[in-house]
Design a protein around this ligand. Structure first.
Ligand code: DGY
Length: 322
């Protein structure tokens, strides 16, 4: 019987197909599996179901002589050395589509919250500092009628852009390829940053997008603009963002993802009222996480049975996974 390892506890109904077909072991603690332990178990498994918190690099892969298939419960696979997997003939599965709309909901929620300064208002209320109504108190910016810049027009970028119609917003975007089906203009990154009233990052993390937004790019944004990141923390240069926020070079930022992650409580970003940070929960609805778990299991089963995975990650179609 083939052996599989799952690096985090998943609901039993999702695990059932694995338990029925394979000898299945689960790291059942609510924290990432230590690298040393993962390295040990990989010596003896045929299939791995992993999380974005597991760094699956060439060293680890070198200690997994039997490994046939990797299935990740996330759409982004930047924690996995996919080139090495390709070289070793190990297919990698991921979970696109099933999380698209939930992540786009979160991106929009973050955007609306920061633009309307909701976190600042909420903190004031909780601190007991809610004074009399005032015409100038917490004046924020509008979302409706503005131009949104979407960096990365893959599935999630498109889902964010669909939501803009309801807010009467114009959309401009960057993307490797034009999307003629969209009622939106494709621009260079610098044009987009200069033109957009607010910017949402939906691009996947890879060598080309690491620190895509740094000092220069933040300077190109409008002083009144807000930046939202629902992709991966390292797409933004954190130090540059801290400085830009401190200097008022942009109005604020709302981040589902950060670099580092988790962000320590004493991190300078958390001392800034203009910054909203949530702990990488963009896809975290009950329904979506169940669907992600099911798809990750289906990918693993298909791969181990020698069938095409329902969602195999393909580098050549990388933009699709944005
Ligand atoms: C993903 O799937 O890559 C998301 O970041 C998970 O929330």
């Amino acid at each position: 019987m083939k052996r599989v390892y799952v690096t985090r506890g998943l609901p039993e109904p999702a695990l059932k197909p694995l338990r029925d077909l394979f000898e299945t072991e689960v790291w059942d603690r609510n924290e990432p599996i230590p690298r040393g332990h993962l390295s040990e178990v990989l010596g003896d498994v045929d299939g791995l179901l992993c999380m974005l918190t597991d760094e699956i690099d060439a060293t680890l892969l070198g200690r997994a002589p039997r490994l046939e298939v990797i299935s990740q419960m996330a759409v982004g696979v930047d924690n996995i050395d996919v080139e090495e997997c390709h070289r070793l003939g190990i297919p990698v599965g991921h979970t696109p589509d099933v999380l698209t709309e939930t992540v786009a909901d979160t991106a929009f929620a973050l955007l609306a919250s920061i633009v309307r300064r909701l976190p600042e208002g909420e903190k004031i209320v909780r601190r007991g500092e809610w004074g009399p109504w005032s015409p100038t108190f917490l004046n924020g910016r509008d979302l409706h009628g503005t131009t949104l810049g979407i960096i990365g027009m893959g599935r999630i970028g498109k889902a964010v852009s669909r939501r803009c119609a309801g807010f009467n917003m114009e959309v401009v975007y960057t993307s490797r390829s034009a999307k003629p089906d969209l009622d939106a203009r494709r621009l260079d990154l610098s044009e987009l940053l200069g033109r957009a009233d607010h910017v949402v990052i939906c691009v996947s993390l890879n060598i080309e997008t690491h620190h895509l937004i740094g000092v220069k790019e933040l300077e190109m944004m409008k002083e009144t603009a807000y930046l939202v990141n629902v992709s991966r923390g390292p797409v933004v240069d954190t130090n540059a963002l801290v400085e830009a926020l401190k200097a008022g070079a942009i109005a604020g930022a709302a981040l589902d993802v950060t670099d580092p992650e988790p962000l320590p409580a004493e991190h300078p970003l958390l001392g800034l009222d203009s910054c909203l940070v949530v702990p990488h929960i963009a896809s975290s609805s009950v329904r979506t996480r169940e669907a992600m778990a099911r798809l990750a299991v289906d990918n693993l089963v298909a791969g181990l049975e020698g069938r095409e995975m329902p969602a195999r990650y393909r580098q050549d179609r990388r933009e699709q996974s944005d």
